[in-house]
Design a protein. Structure first.
Length: 136
């Protein structure tokens, strides 16, 4: 199993949660141990965590425990193999009970983002994200 920390549209109540079949793997709320900049960016108003540890805020999100197939599905949704897509790194997260662990997290380099609309934030709750099915 793989621990995965999500902070944006893969969280419960957001559009990509159901598309990624996340519900059975929910392990609880969590946040990053180190600060990262979380912004709303790009033409689709996507939540983006920049791979810049120590800048921004400790980011709130959710921890999931996924199998190999689930991790592959998340890589596909996050565009890991596509130019300009996210890449997966391991970060340290802290659960609400204080327990810490390493978890995969999807991040981007600032150079891969043309427009930043808002942020940085400690938690993502923006509603402007445009799902793939609605993009022109």
């Amino acid at each position: 199993m793989h621990a995965v920390f999500v902070y944006g549209t893969l969280k419960r109540g957001f559009v990509n949660h159901d598309a990624a079949w996340m519900t059975p793997w929910f392990a609880g709320p969590a946040r990053s141990v180190i600060a990262y900049p979380l912004v709303v960016a790009g033409p689709w108003y996507s939540p983006v965590l920049f791979d810049e540890p120590g800048i921004g805020s400790r980011v709130s999100g959710e921890l999931y425990e996924v199998d190999d197939t689930g991790l592959d599905r998340l890589d596909e949704i996050e565009g890991v193999a596509r130019p300009g897509g996210y890449h997966r790194i391991a970060i340290e997260i802290e659960r609400d009970d204080g327990e810490r662990c390493r978890a995969w997290c999807y991040v981007k380099r600032r150079a891969d983002v043309a427009v930043i609309h808002d942020g940085p934030f400690a938690s993502y709750d923006d509603t402007r994200y445009v799902p793939r099915a609605q993009r022109g």
